[in-house]
Design a protein around this ligand. Structure first.
Ligand code: HEC
Ligand code: HEC
Ligand code: HEC
Length: 115
């Protein structure tokens, strides 16, 4: 009897902590600007992407979850200039367009509002 009660309590705790961990995931800001070097800032709707894609790693396998990290990694030569732009952002938007699904901007001025 005691063993069964203990098992129930332990299972309950495991479920509780799993749910708590999920709720605690930091989603970051809903909207911010990415540093676009010489081309000025790129407004980025973070939350829209999180909701539509449902996969953090669509972007965060390339750079960690930290504001300003793309700029830092470019300065440290861990990312090439325009690498995220071409290999992450535009690559996905193009692929969606060719599949006939709703997609994000592909032309320069739709992302680079300045200049
Ligand atoms: C479409 C691309 C993309 C997806 C998908 C994405 N992120 Fe991000 N995320 C970014 C970019 C870009 C930055 C900022 C990088 C920079 O400023 O250099 C960022 C930054 C962050 C930050 C730091 C921002 C802050 O306000 O402190 C957190 C936390 C974060 N992301 C969490 C997540 C989580 C959790 C998911 C999945 C639910 C997710 N992201 C999905 C692109 C994305
Ligand atoms: C989907 C949005 C998007 C589109 C479309 C886009 N860019 Fe970018 N661009 C970015 C982002 C994000 C960065 C910063 C990250 C990086 O360097 O990969 C950037 C960075 C740049 C940089 C600066 C690189 C540096 O380090 O100084 C240049 C130059 C640039 N883009 C030119 C262009 C041109 C030209 C086009 C059109 C052919 C274009 N971009 C289209 C999002 C975009
Ligand atoms: C894996 C796919 C994917 C990646 C990676 C991705 N996007 Fe998108 N993006 C989308 C989709 C899907 C939409 C269309 C959302 C909609 O239906 O309005 C979109 C829309 C957008 C929009 C327009 C949002 C609006 O309000 O209409 C901007 C701006 C944008 N993306 C910028 C970026 C930038 C900058 C990056 C790179 C840091 C990026 N995206 C990376 C899939 C992606």
């Amino acid at each position: 009897m005691k063993a069964i009660k203990l098992a129930i309590v332990v299972t309950g705790l495991m479920i509780f902590s799993a749910v708590a961990t999920l709720a605690m995931v930091n989603h970051g800001a809903e909207q911010f600007a990415i540093d676009g070097g010489s081309k000025g800032e790129v407004p980025f709707p973070h939350k829209i992407h999180q909701e539509i894609l449902g996969d953090c790693n669509a972007c965060h396998d390339v750079f960690p979850m930290e504001l300003g990290v793309i700029k830092t990694m470019k300065a440290e030569k861990k990312l090439k200039r325009k690498q995220v732009m071409n290999k992450t952002c535009i690559k996905c938007h193009r692929a969606l367009k060719s599949k006939g699904e709703s997609y994000g901007p592909i032309s320069c001025n739709d992302c680079h509002k300045k200049k």
